[in-house]
Design a protein around this ligand. Structure first.
Ligand code: AGP
Length: 637
């Protein structure tokens, strides 16, 4: 949700912190702030709105401070105003805190502090933290024998440790103090924190893009851990005060991955990265030499343990947003290819109304970030429900993610890494296509192992998969300019309908979500056959209808449904192969895509819908990468 970044070392902290915020702005952009320890005082500057407002406020400041923290906010408690922006300080302004997450028991802590005379300056849950830390430090100072000795090196660390033990919720915090200028304390409870190791300088952040320009040696804090960072090194402790031994790992990606590389927006760059993402999945997971003659073994190399598949009777998938759409495509594949009954649920609904617990069920969580609170909570609940049952049943939890090192990776025993590379644009594009590829691999693997797919069909499907990167490239090369022009027609449009059937129904949902998210145009996705049961009342000449019509089981049906829309004067845009004459006659406008096996078509049909949403939003002059009210990963409930 929010982005936190911290620095301690030998250089001026503020420019490093600002650069870190630029890299994390995708996590939230309602307000931003920075605090450093300067000449024995906390120097705090905050601004409402996007990061450039904070940058303007800081322009001309020559701040030599060598320790500091900074924050970019996605508002949860309190409006996006400067007084609610982080960092928050205690009354004497000796301590500054930034937080990502939610402190669930903040009301009771706030009342308690108020009763002791504390005055609050913000509406946030976070502000209780600096006040509590200040209280613990004051109490310690006023006692002859300080109780703050359980963590030897630092009373400041011990005060933070005592306070984090009082907080409930999912949070990550970073804290500095004017009285302990050589320390930066960071703590994690279910919200991500990474620490970067430089030469005599150390970094912390919610996510690696803020750190990777400086170092690739990183350490991820686990839940219930806090770290004391000084210019001499990093010490990690448990919330109970135990010193822990942790070793940094090396990140295998580079700073260029978080640059736009000549594209106007990250979203467009990420749309263009999709052929590469599909290629990388093919290389990682599919044996390209497999033929029907090899039918005794699977062409898929997901390296999942055999326990996951044994006696499997059904699958349930939990996810949110775009990942939920990928799960719907997954359901289609798992049912039609692997013949396994599959249900897909919104994680936020599942956690309060779970399906009855059934044995021989595999639960899959799909989340590109691996940090979505609802998805993690649904999976944690499922894990809890299974404890006490047979160990094979407990182990039947699988995550599909682009960030295997995330909280999801800690939660579930099995992971499919989608290898899409970091995605910065808030609207998911390449990670969606990568999730679809993971489902193709899983469904094919299950179908082969359950022996419910004919070797010849499998060979044909694999050949089709190998062609997808070139087919996506063909759509990008031949259609982007055309779609850019087409977008001019819709700059003032207020409502859009997207229609699809079968495996392309989720793509209609995804096309509508992309448009809503970044252009703020109202859009709905429907199964094309369902339109006549109500939504058709919305149609008139002002409501364009985008229909996905790919040759296969429902092709004729979609064309008939499109005719029904045409009869209500709607402008019809078809995503369909150019040489389908019936389709060409039906649609007012055709966005041509290559002929693709219907089962594989979502990977191709989604591309023009992403481009359409992108160009309409860009045409409307909107902030494509950071749409209003959204954040890249939703780490709160
Ligand atoms: C996608 O464009 C959205 N930004 C959003 O719906 C997203 O897919 C959802 O929040 C789930 O995120 P996750 O995949 O990181 O769990």
């Amino acid at each position: 949700m929010c982005g936190i970044v911290g620095y301690i070392g030998t250089q001026a902290a503020s420019s490093i912190l600002l650069e870190g915020l630029r890299k994390l702005e995708y996590r939230g952009y309602d307000s931003a702030g920075i605090a450093t320890v300067l000449e024995g005082e906390i120097h705090c500057v905050r601004a409402k709105g996007k990061l450039h407002n904070l940058e303007s406020k800081l322009a001309g400041e020559d701040n030599p401070a060598r320790v500091g923290i900074a924050h970019t906010r996605w508002a949860t408690h309190g409006k996006p105003e400067e007084y609610n922006a982080h960092p928050h300080t205690d009354t004497a302004k000796r301590i500054a805190v930034i937080q990502n997450g939610i402190i669930e028991n903040y009301r009771e802590l706030r009342e308690e502090l108020k009763e002791r005379g504390c005055q609050f300056r913000s509406d946030t849950d976070t502000e209780v933290i600096p006040h509590l830390i200040a209280e613990v430090l004051q109490q310690a100072e006023s006692m002859e024998a300080s109780p703050l000795v359980s963590i030897e090196p630092s009373p400041f660390l011990e005060a933070v440790r005592q306070v984090v033990n009082r907080l409930e919720g999912a949070f990550a915090i970073a804290v500095i103090s004017a009285d302990y200028p050589d320390e930066l304390i960071v703590a994690r409870q279910q919200a991500p924190v990474v620490i970067g190791f430089g030469q005599g300088e150390f970094y912390c952040a919610s996510d690696t893009p803020a750190i990777v320009p400086y170092t690739r040696a990183v350490l991820t804090l686990d839940n219930g851990e806090l770290a004391r960072m000084t210019p001499l090194g990093v010490e990690v402790y448990s919330f109970e005060g135990q010193r822990l031994k942790k070793t940094p790992r090396t990140l295998n990606w580079n700073p260029v991955m978080v640059e736009k590389q000549g594209f106007k927006h990250f979203m467009l760059k990420e749309i263009y990265e999709q052929p590469g993402v599909v290629r990388s999945c093919l290389e990682n997971y599919i044996d390209s030499h497999w033929t029907a003659a090899d039918h005794r073994h699977s062409p898929i190399r997901l390296n999942l343990s055999a326990d996951l598949y044994a006696d499997l009777q059904q699958i349930q998938i939990v996810a949110c947003g775009t990942s939920w759409h990928a799960a719907l495509v997954g359901k289609y594949l798992l049912e039609q290819l692997a013949e396994l009954p599959t249900s897909v649920q919104y994680a936020s609904e599942f956690r309060y109304a779970p399906s009855p617990l059934t044995p021989n069920t595999l639960t899959i969580g799909v989340t590109q970030s691996g940090e979505t609170a609802d998805t993690l909570a649904a999976l944690a609940m499922e894990k809890q429900r299974r404890s006490g049952h047979a160990s094979e049943f407990q182990a039947r939890l699988l995550g599909i993610t682009n960030r295997p090192e995330s909280s999801l990776g800690d939660l579930v025993p099995h992971i499919i890494d989608t290898h899409a590379g970091i995605e910065i644009g808030v609207a998911a594009t390449k990670t969606f296509v990568a999730q679809l590829m993971a489902f193709y691999c899983l469904a094919i693997d299950l179908a082969q192992q359950r022996q419910v797919i004919a070797p010849a069909q499998l060979e044909q499907l694999l050949a089709g998969l190998q062609q997808l990167p070139a087919q996506i490239e063909a759509v990008l090369e031949s259609q982007e300019r055309y779609i850019e022009q087409l977008a001019h027609d819709f700059a003032e449009t207020q409502d859009f309908i997207f229609l699809g059937r079968g495996i392309n129904f989720p793509i209609a949902l995804e096309g509508a979500l992309k448009l809503k998210e970044i252009s703020y145009i109202h859009a709905e996705g429907y199964p094309a056959g369902e339109m006549k049961h109500g939504p058709i009342a919305l149609l008139d000449a002002k409501v364009p209808v985008v229909a996905i019509a790919m040759p296969g089981t429902v092709f004729e049906k979609v064309l008939s449904n499109a005719q029904e829309a045409k009869a209500r004067d709607a402008r019809l845009i078809g995503v369909t192969p150019m040489d389908e004459h019936e389709a060409a006659e039906t649609f007012d406008t055709v966005i041509p895509v290559p002929h693709v096996d219907e089962l594989l078509s979502p990977i191709v049909t989604v591309i023009p819908l992403q481009l359409l949403a992108y160009h309409i939003a860009a045409r409307r002059g909107l902030d494509v990468d950071q749409p209003r009210n959204l954040a890249k990963s939703v780490t709160v409930e």
